[in-house]
Design a protein. Structure first.
Length: 81
């Protein structure tokens, strides 16, 4: 069983991919995904409080428990003017 971790914006540029698959174990939470991705890509700084976490198109919390085939997206801060 796996979940999909999708990257957008500068996260996609830094990882050089739009998606990775992560193995899923019982009681895997969003915070576990952050640890997994941070180990693979330490420059992403996913622990930034400005990052929104989306699971299956809904904003969620770090303690959200994941299910097989969930899609996790970290939305980076967007600037503009």
């Amino acid at each position: 069983m796996t979940v999909s971790v999708q990257f957008h914006g500068h996260h996609r540029v830094m990882t050089r991919t739009s998606e990775i698959r992560m193995p899923l174990s019982k009681d895997t939470r969003v915070k576990d995904v952050i640890t997994y991705v941070s180990d693979l890509y330490p420059g992403l700084r996913l622990n930034d409080s400005k990052i929104l976490v989306v699971v299956n198109n809904s904003i969620t919390t770090m303690d959200h428990t994941l299910n097989p085939n969930d899609k996790i997206t970290f939305l980076p801060p967007v600037g503009g003017g």
